[in-house]
Design a protein around this ligand. Structure first.
Ligand code: LLP
Length: 433
């Protein structure tokens, strides 16, 4: 049997990357984020190969914000992806992970002068310029540093996909990018062309995250091509690159049915090509920028069950040794997950248990209604699809140390991030003397 595509043996023991989940928990402690190396690589390849097939002038980019550590940046690069970075810290992490500056794509709605200097010094491949302030900064910095970065302009096409409000990014009322409908985008092209130190290579958009419906992606592709056609009409110029962002959703619950990566890519490329032809525009180099659909389903978090509190007629809380400090998504977005007992994963589920975290907040619940067999203190719990936006959004709230991260593949588990210690927690504190 399989759970979330991970094998469960005849005894009910769950394996990840060929490693028995209970053994991983025993060896490395919990909470533990396990990344299945094979799954991560497979997702990268699915993007690369399906793009190559349907739109050869293309390049996938791993949106590192989903899980930005040395190992994940490096894995993505080894699989032929470029890497999207959204801060000086992400640039630094990717570079230290062995990713060349030339394949980094630098995003952000408020890049600081220091970060832009770092990006220029590291020879970042593309800077995705978000606003006029950034263009002014780049004008000054490129003169000063005698750099000539290639840039894309981030455009806000005015599309609102059906996803959680906090992760919608392409609508008109957004802090990101140059608006299409209000003419800001066209004005930005004119301004960018006047800056001698930058090379405008094209446009970028990103409409949101955890999206299943192909329609908003197709709409975004069409709006961007429409814009490129307007640019040609007004300025008699075509630009060679188009980045359509990330956003493909993944399965968190059994009933979730996201399109596969190849289906998504085919739909997007199809909509793009059709609109390009309609406008008689040459095919730009297409970038797509997935984060969640690369690393999300490759991750499983292992916990140990502690206190169990049954409130008759109300609910049973089973508290685990993690919580919103290592996965803030349920508390932030009402995100839902599924769980299994790591060594009794095949047992019939007979009840709904509430899996609570350890933070001092009533809202720190990881799963409100988890379908599980009867559980007891000491059980190892596996929560699926936790690779994306968990570790990368983790905090030290309540001074909980951040978990370790292991990469599991072909029966071997490598620690890629060590568990924080109490000393790590106070490392930057200075005592009052
Ligand atoms: N490109 C840009 C410019 C982005 O802002 C993002 C995500 C991506 C690509 C990758 O999107 P993905 O393929 O992962 O959907 N913390 C939220 C998600 C925030 C997404 C932020 N931007 C969550 O946990 O659901």
């Amino acid at each position: 049997m399989v759970l979330h595509d991970f094998p469960v043996d005849a005894r009910g023991v769950l394996s990840i990357g060929g490693c028995r989940a209970p053994d991983l928990a025993e060896t490395h402690g919990t909470p533990l984020l396990v990344i299945d190396e094979g799954r991560f690589r497979q997702n990268c390849r699915a993007y690369r190969e399906s793009l190559r097939e349907v739109y050869p002038r293309s390049q996938p980019i791993f949106a590192s914000k989903a899980m930005c550590v040395l190992a994940t940046c490096r894995l993505a690069y080894d699989e032929g992806l470029h890497v999207d970075v959204a801060s000086g810290g992400e640039i630094y992490t990717a570079r230290r992970g062995g990713v060349p500056g030339a394949v980094l794509h630098f995003h952000g709605n408020n890049k600081t002068e220091d970060e832009l200097r770092l990006a220029l010094a590291e020879g970042v491949g593309r800077i995705i310029v978000d606003n006029l302030y950034e263009l002014e900064l780049l004008d000054r910095l490129t003169r000063e540093m005698q750099a000539q970065p290639a840039i894309l302009l981030r455009i806000t096409p005015g599309i609102e996909p059906h996803t959680h409000k906090a992760i919608q990014t392409g609508g008109v009322d957004s802090k990101f990018g140059f608006g299409l409908p209000d003419g800001a985008a066209m004005q930005a092209v004119r301004t960018a062309l006047e800056i001698p130190g930058i090379e405008l290579r094209g446009f970028h958009c990103h409409i949101g995250s955890q999206i299943f419906d192909p329609e908003p992606f197709a709409l975004a592709a069409r709006s961007m091509v429409q814009f490129m056609a307007e640019v040609r009409l007004e300025l008699n110029l075509t630009f060679p690159e188009l980045n359509l962002g990330g956003g493909l959703g993944i399965r968190y619950l059994p009933e979730d049915a996201p399109p596969s990566i190849p289906t998504f890519v085919r739909g997007l490329a199809g909509a793009l090509r059709q609109t390009l032809e309609a406008h008689d525009l040459p095919e730009p180099l297409l970038y797509v920028e997935p984060g969640r659909s690369i690393v999300g389903d490759a991750g499983v978090t292992l916990y140990t069950v502690g206190a169990i509190k049954a409130i008759p007629g109300v609910r049973t809380y089973a508290s685990v040794d993690g919580g919103m400090f290592e996965n803030p998504r349920p508390a932030l977005y009402g995100a839902r997950y599924t769980a299994a007992v790591a060594d009794r994963a095949a047992d019939p589920v007979d009840r709904a248990v509430t899996i609570a975290g350890r933070c001092c907040e009533s809202g720190d619940v990881l799963i409100w209604e988890a379908a599980l067999p009867p559980i007891r203190p000491g059980d190892r719990l596996a929560v699926f699809s936790t690779g994306a936006y968990t570790y990368s959004m983790a905090s030290n709230y309540n001074r909980f140390p951040r978990p370790a991260v292991v990469l599991a593949g072909e029966g071997r588990a490598r620690v890629v991030v060590e568990r924080e210690t109490y000393d790590d927690l106070i490392r930057k504190d200075r005592p009052l003397t």
